[in-house]
Write a protein that binds this ligand. Structure first.
Ligand code: ATP
Ligand code: FE2
Length: 329
């Protein structure tokens, strides 16, 4: 049995998780930076937040009754993609633990971690993954030794679109849950741009139109309802095509926007029409968290994918399709 400690710090959340090779989470702690009302995530302020809480979180992990610090075999960290200044905080903590505990250091791709923890918790084998969050929106599937991105946003991520719309509507960050709640109060559809180009999609035209229509007097709940129907419809269309093309029989929804019940419902209906099983990552590991980094670290450790300190620079633009995946065949 091996144990890995994982550190997540790509954006707003500093998270530390400890997991064992049976997939049991032994500890999960986190602190999330919340921007002031009306503001987005300011990278430097988020990084300062992470530095401020790093010691406290490490202390909590140290005081766990489930394990001793000396039982930990590996330390993994989110090496990218994400905000450079935030990533660097996690990297510093990881390098420090690597040296003080004298254990191997592992650099994990954040998107890969969302997928792998989703597969673990849902017991999915080879799904089409719908990865929707504040910073990423991609339709991904495994093919020929790598995860391939079948479709992705051409501009802003879907969670970011929901957050910016909410900010314009004077709702508090994060916007996704607020939009979902208000959408439930309406079933009036207001026309908005639906943009799918090939296998990719775009949300910025939709965002601008929605803000304009809100300012022109459309009701907020009608706009929330319509934004969800249009943006989720785009995701479902591309996922359906990826599913049909690959003939896979599982769909896995992951990332922060996976919490949305309407998105879950739409994908489930589509998946079942294709005879595929629909899975959604459990809430506990849906948002950014350290446990997903730790779990992916363990998968990489089996293939001795360890980093020397001078190879541990952060990679803010690191794409999932650049990585060879030896643990799936
Ligand atoms: P990543 O670094 O992977 O891009 P992230 O930094 O965006 O992740 P997550 O916690 O994965 O962090 O996702 C946060 C996003 O999820 C926010 O944009 C938030 O509005 C959105 N979100 C959360 N709950 C819901 C919901 N119920 N409906 C829609 N969106 C939601
Ligand atoms: Fe994330």
């Amino acid at each position: 049995m091996k144990i890995c400690l994982g550190i997540e710090s790509t954006a707003h959340t500093l998270g530390i998780g400890v997991i064992n090779s049976e997939g049991k989470i032994l500890k999960q702690v986190q602190k999330t930076f919340i921007p002031e009302i009306g503001g987005g995530i300011h990278p430097r302020k988020a990084a300062e937040h992470h530095f401020k809480y790093a010691r406290e979180l490490i202390k909590e992990v140290k005081n766990s009754n489930n394990f001793n610090l000396k039982d930990i075999n590996y330390v993994a960290f989110s090496q990218g993609p994400g905000l450079g200044v935030c990533l660097r905080v996690g990297a510093v903590i990881a390098r420090t633990l690597h040296q003080t505990l004298n254990i191997p250091l592992i650099g994990v791709n954040h998107c890969l971690a969302h997928l792998e923890i989703g597969k673990l918790f849902c017991d999915a084998k080879d799904p089409i993954c719908v990865y929707t969050s504040g910073g990423n929106t991609q339709i991904i599937g495994f093919d020929g030794g790598r995860y391939r991105v079948f479709g992705e946003t051409l501009d802003i991520p879907i969670g970011n679109m929901l957050d910016v719309f909410s900010r314009e509507a004077h709702l508090q960050h994060p916007g996704g849950p607020k939009v979902e709640k208000l959408a439930k109060l309406s079933n009036k559809f207001v026309e908005l741009p639906y943009t799918v180009k090939g296998m990719d999609f775009s949300f910025s035209g939709l965002l601008t139109a929605a803000i304009n229509k809100l300012e022109a007097g459309e009701k907020l709940e009608d706009m929330c309802f319509s934004i969800q129907e249009v943006s989720f419809g785009m995701l479902v269309e591309v996922t359906e095509r990826a599913l049909a093309h690959t003939e896979k029989n599982e769909v896995l929804l992951t990332g922060g926007v996976a919490a949305n019940l309407r998105l879950q419902e739409m994908l489930k209906i589509m998946a079942e029409e294709h005879g595929a099983t629909f899975y959604v990552v459990p809430k506990q590991v849906a948002g950014d968290n350290g446990a997903m980094i730790a779990w992916t670290g363990l998968l990489q450790a089996n293939y001795r994918q360890f980093l020397k300190i001078d190879e541990s620079n952060v990679l803010p633009k690191w794409r999932i399709d650049e990585i060879e995946i030896p643990w799936i065949n």
